[in-house]
Structure formats: C-alpha cells, structure tokens
Design a protein around this ligand. Sequence first.
Ligand SMILES: Nc1ncnc2c1ncn2[C@@H]1O[C@H](COP(=O)(O)OP(=O)(O)OP(=O)(O)O)[C@@H](O)[C@H]1O
Length: 652
Amino acid sequence: MAASKASPRDEVLMEGEFDLFPNDKPLYKVTLSRGGITYYPIIGSNNIKKSKYLHFGDIIGCRCKKAKDEKYQSKAYLTIFLYPFKKKLFSSKLIRSRELVTFGVNASSKFEENRVLVEKWRRVIMHLANNLSVELTAVDRCPVPPKKNLLVLINPHSGPGKAMQIFQNDVVPMLDEAEIKYDLIKTEYAGHASKLVKERNIYEWDGIVIVSGDGLIYEVLNGLMQREDWQKAINVPIGCLPGGSGNALCCSINYSAGEPFKSNCILHSTFILIKHKVVPMDLVVVQQPNLPPVYSFLAVTWGLIADIDYESEKYRAIGEARFTLQGLRRIFNLRVYKGRLSFLPITSYLPKSGSVTDSSKKVSSKQRFKRFSLHSVGDNFVDNSMDDKETDSERRPRTKSMPANLSQEGNDHASVLEIEDNDLDNIFDQDGVSLNVSELDISTGKQNVDLENSLISNGKVAHSSVSDLQGNLQKSDSVKDNAESGKYADSGFAAAKTSGSLDSFDFIERLTATKVPGKPVPSPLLVQFNESVPKDWVTVEDDFITVCAAYQTHLNSDFLAAPDARINDGIIHLFFVRSGIGKSELLKLFTEMDKGSHVDSTSPYIEVVKVLAFRLEPAENQGVMMVDGEKVASAPIQGQVLPGLARIMGIL
Ligand SMILES: Nc1ncnc2c1ncn2[C@@H]1O[C@H](COP(=O)(O)OP(=O)(O)OP(=O)(O)O)[C@@H](O)[C@H]1O
C-alpha cells in the first residue's frame, strides 16, 4: 500500500485491483487519495491515459453489495453514488447528474474476506466524501462516520402543491444513498411549523429541512426566535428544498455554493443538503410600531416589487411565471408612493438625484468601517476573485475560498459507466439507513393512527409507541455528545465575533453581552419610532416606485436582487427606484433582473446602497409592504442586520 507523494491531497491511502461491474475483465488499478479515486485498466498500452477520476466532492455515498448470481458468490462489490457536473443536452450549461460506479472485489476466494476489504474502502470513502480527514496510519481502523438525523417539514400546499411528491420521488432516493436519516412532518395549517419548533425538543435533530417556499422558512426561523432559549435554538441548521413558487433562499444558497438553481434545482439543493457545511446566515430584526419584532432572512419590500409579489399570490399554481405575469401588468399600470426612507450606510452616500437630509457626511467612511467592517465575517467572507471564469447567470462562479472538497466542474471528469445494479443485493444493512418507523401526534406527543398527521421516519410507516419513537430517534454517541456539549450552545454572534474584525464594533459587544435567556435580541442601531433616526443616518424623502432591502442574492430565481450579497456579509443591500423613471427603462430593468444589472444602472432614478439599518415611513401608510414575502401592515417599518445569527446548511 501507499507510496506517499508531495501533496497530502494526492497521498495514496489505499490501492487495489478490482474489476468494473458488470464485466469481469479487465482488472483495474484503483487508487484512493484524499481528493478522489483514480482507476485505469491494468492491461493495454497507454492505460494510464485511460484513467478516470471520481472526485470526493461529487460522491454522496457508497454501499457494499453481493451478487445475486451463484456464479459470483465469493465476490463483494462496492457501489459508489456520485453526482458530477456534465454538460446539459444542447446547452453549454453544466448540471449535476447521477452516476454509479461499481467495483467488483475478488481478491480472495472467500466472500467474507472480500467483504471485509470492501467494507474498509467504504468507510474511508464515506469519511472523505463527508469532508472528514483520514490519516494514512488510521485507514485500517477508520470508523463509519456518524449518521445525520434530520427533521423534515413539508408544506403540502406550497407552490404548485407538489412538495410531498418532490420529496418522495427526488429527495428520498438521494438521502438514502447518503445514509441520512430523517423524520418527516407534514404541516397541517399556517403557523403549525412555528408552533412545532417552539414546543418540540428540536435538539434531537442535526438540522431542520424545509420542503416548501420561503413562507415556511420564515415561520421556522421566527418560531426558533420565540423560544426562551433562542440563542441556542437559532443555531440549529436550517436546510431548504424548493417546494414553493419563489424559493428565494434556496436560489441564494445554491448560487452562493456555485450550484445551479434553475436547472433541476431539487437535485442541486439536495446535493448541497447532503454535502453541506453549517454556514452562519444574517438575519434582520424588523420592527413596526406596537408589534412584536420579526426576524427576516430575505428582504423587506415596498411598492412595485411588493405589489408584484402580493398580487401574484393568486397565480401560485403556475410557479415563478406568476412574477413575470404580474410584473408586466403592474409596470404598465404604474403606481407611485410617497414616503421617507432613512438608512445607515456603510460608506458615505452620494445621491444620484433628488434631495437627502445627509447627516451621514458627519461620519467618515473610515469611521464607519471601523464600527462595522464589511469584512466582518472574516473567513466566511467570500473573496470575489474568481477561479472559474464561466459566466452562467445561474451559478455564482466558484471562488478561491470555495472548499477543495467540491469538484471543479468542467474538468475532464470520468465518464463512468452508467449502470443500474439490479443484479446486486445490498449487504451490510446493519450499517445502512435505519428503517425505524413510528407515528406520533405532533401536537400532543401521543401515538396517532392518522397517517396524514403522522411523523414518519425514512418514509416507512408502522405502528409503534412513543417510547419506540424515542428509541428510534436515538443517535450515535458522537452526535449526542455534540448536542449535549453545546453543538447549539451559542448563537451566531459569537461565531461572527471570533471570525473577524467584529470585535471592534461595539454593537456586537452589546448584542453578545445582553443575550440573556428569555430576553429579546437587542437592536442598538434602532431607536423608537417616535424619535428621529440617529444623526449619522441619511434620509431620502421622495415619491418612490419601489424600495427593496435585501440580504440574500435572489428574491426568486429570475430576480437577482443583490448580486454582491453574501449569506453572512453583515450587510443590508438597499435598492430603491424614485418616480420619474420611464416605463421603457423600468421594463428593461425588470427584464434584466435575472442578471442583477440594476446595481450597475446609471439611471438617476435607481439607487443601490449598502446599509446596516433602515427605516421606511410610507406617507399615509400607502402601498403593500412585505417581509420575506409575507404581507405586513403598511406602516412605518425599520430593521437592522444581525450578522450571522442563524445557521443554514450550505456550502461556502
Ligand atoms: N398545511 C398548510 N395549510 C395551509 N397553509 C400552510 C400549511 N403549511 C404552511 N402553510 C402556510 O402557507 C404559507 C405559504 O407557504 P410557502 O411560502 O411555504 O409556500 P408558497 O407561498 O407557495 O411559496 P413561495 O413563498 O416560494 O411563494 C406559509 O405562510 C405557511 O405558513
């Protein structure tokens, strides 16, 4: 075994001579390094040139198998499930697609010995595919990585009403391949998910996956923030799979991971979920007079953008086309809204047109940066310099800071055999996904016989008691240890604080200092509505077409609202359009929203500003106002960013 090479990534950890199912011959030389698996036929000339490579960044799981055919009873098989990028048919776009590679191992005449060898390969592959380190000296005793257990919440009525179908048909097979366990709950009414995460012991799970639109994500995040122990609860990672009509957070997460979101978004989002890292995500605390604060992850919108979102609700069944349809209608029937917009910019603000009450000049940009650095999240801040020059509006180009674990799409990845392995039986189910199943009334915690309302583990339903359920939810020791020793112990502020220059910003100090259980999140940048905004804010008083304060890149798959945004940049990307803009210019802007070109617009009516906090006061409370796609009162509204407070399952 194992001649070591220069780079630790290339160091050969394991090697063997296997055949490639379904053929017995030729034999292949197979080597495993930390980056991936290389194999080439042993016979023939130039055979190394025929070598193929399976990148661990593309591999989601593997299984040990046994042949059904008597003839091959001594042989053990290793099936690898991977999702490499490939060119889409008739297009230059790269999308992931499923492949299987199965090696046949016949090193011994005894099946048991071949099985032990295959099992060893499997454990090392699972480790490296999960981005865990493996030392050369530890290969022989590499354990099976701990299995993740997720809570999956599905809104069966979201978007075109196919969330359940999507999950069962497209997501479950991938989760099974990756040996990820889950408990599934279908929401029964609006507010159900919020109640659930407020009342249940959510720490049983490694994360909460939401199969729905942004509405259910909003419910879950706000439910977590309403818990007595919100500081801990908000650290539970949230994953999202697109079931709604807008799926803005899903698009933003995929975009930031460099994964497509228009072509087969479900597959790419599930891939992210399986390969995820836990990434801090900014929230914005949003206040309105006489109402409790809400926690927003996407955007506050007013005017045209909010109108389109709200008025197109009735067309949810047609998916995202609803936004285009309603958008065109509204542009030809334009409304103007008078209001006052105030904000705390991160750099000095110079208006393109109109007037401002510009007290911001009193605080230099240098001072402001000292108070709240753009690079506040340190390691989490993604470098803009691109390694991947491909310009595909669907995928943010890969950056230097993206993990080595992800494959470089577009490299000459092996065109591996595309075989279905119906001739093989899975073996070693004891290591596979547990098929424990139960029913439970999620509101009372009692056993329930109504399957519609049941909690289902890995898709199978059986009759069992609550204590069985608790047994089923038992995790591996390492996972339990994590939970008990503070896997969710502290909120995102601490993570943001230690990872960058936020230390210098007293706002963060005050936030962390006042995180007392049961106390609301402090919002030191905001003042009471009956007080004027602080002196270092800018105020614009005008007639507006729209105002949009976004903190994610996308507000739907065709609306790249804040192209510069990062999931945890600690910035609110404010964009507003003043009245006076021509319909043709507005139409151009609207049709190019998928490219995010509004941020480069030279139009004097279009403004883009990066801010930490804002206040919007609509005159006579006119116009629809939306928070994360949920309609709120048309009344004064203000918000400030809470950097990296929440956690998502993403890849940065
Ligand atoms: N079983 C249910 N019946 C009725 N409403 C529900 C149910 N479950 C959740 N809801 C509510 O439905 C609303 C819309 O859900 P969601 O946003 O997930 O889907 P959508 O509106 O179709 O998607 P998008 O936000 O992407 O347009 C949410 O506010 C949620 O509270």
